[in-house]
Design a protein around this ligand. Structure first.
Ligand SMILES: Nc1nc2c(ncn2[C@@H]2O[C@H](COP(=O)(O)OP(=O)(O)O)[C@@H](O)[C@H]2O)c(=O)[nH]1
Ligand SMILES: [Mg+2]
Length: 601
């Protein structure tokens, strides 16, 4: 992957996660997740992006974290092999991260965008109780003969874990925790299982960090029992294992002031453990990068959970729009299509019946038949006049469509008003309806009607015409129909005439009977032709209804439903951004995973 692509990928991911963090913060039920999202973004900015941009493994970072007063500064002291001002009881709370570095040598900081997020580096020493989004680097000289981890690591003394609110100095802690290759989790026997630090530990382990647990302040005799208890009560409930549990029992005053000289028995195991985890440095860093990427990739659904309620609301909205569309379509059929006769089809029927007449002799025969079937034609006319439904007096199409649309928007407006308090999405739609959304809908509706009308006119004409044109274009079939009809007619005439000749006046009643039968047979033939012709045309008429319904759906209601469904997620709304993130985050994380796999062979 090109450097520029890497940069834009990691930037976009970090921005999206930051946006989700803000989004989580704005919802009381998701506030706790804001911290995790901040941490996820920090993993990206502080660990993955620098690595992909070619940042070397030196220095590694070890962060000392834990609850208030657990003994973090004391442990930082031990790690550095120097006496730090911070472990002094008067030092006060650590409110911003402080990095300890050897007295000499430049520190190779990554130059990637967003490194350490909001934290600015202090240019001059300040007390670590300074409450600002800053970090500082303090140079320490290791005492002769004391062996710390500073050669490989920057040692970070961190603010306390006190809240999940991801406000105040928690983000500062999260930045450094994300940056760290190794963490020392400090817990004292006074408060070893406070909710916040324990949740924090869970996050560190879940994200694949190397965590060394350091238990403090217990009586020496209680060490084994406390370790076992901590293992059972805390570590066994975690999603992954800690690297090790080390202990620092209650120190004497002298040991506290100078643990390097006075408490080597406790200090050396800690230093060794960290040293081992940091060598070789390149392997340690690769592990950090790989774990961070794997965590982001495998926990994306969990991270996107803050959008769960939004997704549910969006899904409900879409459902409501679809319900409205269904009713719109039904109403169009009920109030318009069912009543619509499509007169063009009646004309098509006439044309069809005309076509079935043979020219020439056939016409003569048919004329004869016309005379013969006069009684039927007359009866039929009377019959039809008596029974024919008056032409439907339904509403004009435009009116029906407009009313159906009004019904649809009413449904949406009422539901949005009813649910406005349940989720910001409904509130957003509700606000939309209060500021002219109905007019926008009407405008769009008018536009789609135009396309629909053009489509429809052509459609009806084409279908109606095809009723007789198909037959015209197919002489074989046409002649077959005509011949059948002609043959039937001739048979009728000849048969009747033959009957008259044959009986030769022998039995007048029979002759009369045959003569009477002739018109009847002729009428039956015509009736059948009419009947099937009408069936045929009606079949097409019904198909045209279906087709017209489909056209309304295609050109009017479906585009409208699509637009309405999207409406809350357009126009720069929160939901638009959310939708975009939901769409691209998984793909981006996949790309990130591949980029990291490619970089770490
Ligand atoms: N007596 C005694 N005090 C300790 C021990 N470890 C830490 N402390 C004290 O506990 C307080 C908090 O320790 P500190 O390392 O500053 O904790 P932090 O707030 O986590 O950085 C300080 O007053 C330390 O002097 C210990 O083993 N024995
Ligand atoms: Mg401290």
């Amino acid at each position: 992957m090109e450097q520029a692509d890497v940069r834009s990928l990691t930037n976009q991911l970090a921005e999206d996660l930051a946006w989700l963090e803000e989004h989580a913060r704005s919802q009381p039920q998701h506030v706790a997740q804001a911290a995790e999202l901040h941490y996820a973004a920090a993993l990206l900015r502080n660990v993955v992006a620098p690595y992909l941009e070619g940042q070397g493994p030196q220095p590694l970072h070890v962060a000392v974290v834990g609850g208030a007063g657990a003994g973090k500064s004391t442990v930082a002291n031990m790690l550095c092999g120097a006496i730090l001002a911070e472990s002094n009881p008067q030092a006060g709370f650590t409110r911003h991260p402080v990095a300890y570095a050897p007295v000499n040598g430049a520190i190779a900081w990554p130059s990637s965008l967003g490194f350490l997020g909001p934290l600015q580096r202090l240019s001059k020493p300040e007390p670590s109780s300074l409450d600002a989004d800053v970090y500082q680097v303090r140079r320490v000289s290791q005492e002769a003969g004391e062996f710390g981890v500073l050669e490989n690591f920057l040692v970070w003394d961190c603010p306390d874990m006190t809240t999940w609110q991801a406000t105040g100095y928690v983000p500062r802690l999260l930045e450094v925790a994300a940056l760290a290759d190794v963490l020392v989790y400090v817990a004292s026997d006074e408060r070893y299982n406070d909710e916040v630090p324990t949740e924090f530990l869970r996050l560190l382990l879940r994200s694949g960090k190397m965590v060394v647990v350091c238990l403090m302040k217990m009586r020496e005799a209680d060490v084994p029992a406390f370790v076992a208890h901590f293992q059972r009560a805390v570590l066994d409930q975690m999603p992954a294992r800690a690297v090790a549990i080390l202990t620092v029992p209650q120190l004497t005053r002298a040991q506290l002031v100078d643990p390097n000289r006075n408490a080597p028995a406790f200090r050396v195991p800690i230093v060794n453990q960290i040293f081992v985890l940091g060598s070789p440095a390149s392997a340690a860093r690769q592990r950090t990068v790989r774990s961070a990427t794997a965590y982001l990739h495998s926990h994306q659904q969990h991270l996107l959970n803050v959008a769960r309620d939004d997704l549910i609301a969006l899904e409900r909205w879409g459902q409501l729009v679809r319900e409205g569309q269904l009713e719109f379509d039904n109403r169009y059929r009920r109030e318009f299509l069912t009543n619509e006769r499509f007169h063009r089809f009646d004309e098509a029927l006439v044309r069809l019946l005309e076509l079935l007449e043979l020219p020439g002799v056939g016409r003569f025969v048919s004329k004869t038949m016309d005379v013969l079937r006069l009684p039927w034609t007359m009866t039929k006319k009377l019959f039809h006049t008596a029974l024919a439904r008056p032409d439907a007096t339904g509403m004009p199409e435009q009116r029906v469509l407009e009313d159906a649309l009004a019904g649809w928007t009413d449904l949406l407006r009422k539901e949005a008003a009813r649910r406005a308090q349940t989720h910001p999405l409904w509130q957003h739609v509700h606000d939309g309806f209060n500021s002219g959304l109905v007019d926008v809908i009407k405008g769009r509706f008018g536009d789609s009607l135009k396309t629909f009308e053009i489509g429809l006119g052509e459609e009806v004409e084409r279908t109606a015409r095809s009723i007789y044109e198909d037959l015209e274009k197919n002489p074989v079939a046409l002649n077959a129909f005509r011949s059948t009809k002609f043959a039937l007619e001739v048979t009728t005439i000849l048969g009747s005439a033959g009957a008259i000749i044959y009986t030769g006046g022998i039995g007048l009643p029979f002759v009369l009977g045959a003569a009477a039968a002739m018109p009847l047979a002729a009428s039956v033939i015509q009736m059948l032709v009419d009947f099937f012709g009408k069936q045929f045309v009606d079949f097409h008429r019904e198909q045209t209804r279906d087709r017209q319904q489909a056209l309304v759906t295609q050109h009017v209601s479906a585009p409208m439903a699509e637009w309405l469904t999207q409406w809350p997620t357009t126009g720069g709304s929160t939901h638009e951004r959310l939708q975009r993130i939901l769409q691209r985050l998984p793909a981006n994380l996949q790309q990130l995973q591949e980029a990291v796999d490619g970089a770490i062979k």
